[in-house]
Design a protein. Sequence first.
Length: 266
Amino acid sequence: MSKLPPTFCWTKMGTESGESLEAIIRRKEWERQLGGGYFLWGIGQSLGGNARVAARDIASLRAFFSPMVSKPKAIDVKPTEVVLWNAWVDGQGQIRELPIHCFVTSRASLPSGRKKESHYALVCFSNRKLDAQQEDICIFPSYLRNVTTNKPLGASQVTAVVRVEQGTDEAYITKGYSISFSSELRSPYCVQLAQPVLLDARELFEIKAISDSGDIESWSALVRCLRSRILNRMDWIQCRLDLGEVDKLSFADSLNPLEYSEFSNV
């Protein structure tokens, strides 16, 4: 069995925004290919400064993605409304458009019915296909501690930066989580998303149809169409920034130069 690194980011994944996990992984693989290895993985809560703190002491901060073992909630299987996130908030608090190939959705409301005010995304990089990886690793939550608080993970905690605590083999008789794929987290590791826009029924149908049975070319065309159409509805006068500045677009600092000019025209 492969060995986990002593510190890593772990996220549990499942049905979200009415999409099956299989479809989500498929379109994230397309996003990875279109982004030169980069893709954004949406999560519900911020990691705070945990990822940055952990990355100071290690050469590479890995992220491991495990399918949830529990059944998905009804609100995730059939959400009343779904939004597409179009921007991210940089370290200075300024709003920047996401690169045109990025596509992060979430349900529009919380289980309480209150409008969802925030969403986040892990900044991931991988040079391996997400849907073709085979990770011979099993994660046992009882061995994990929060990297900054040293507390065990809460039962409802979906994503966290953790360290592995040495224990006995007794943990291996408890139920563990398999790993579907892994990636590297790149600076700034986790970003706050902004500018959500509701997707209508026709747009949701198109997303599902291509995610289920399309290909990367049809997906790329759909993403560009949806992102461009939505961005044209928005007033960017107060928040438009030059995405061509390499030092500002830190989560894409390894993209090839041809794609920078493309991103600056988003």
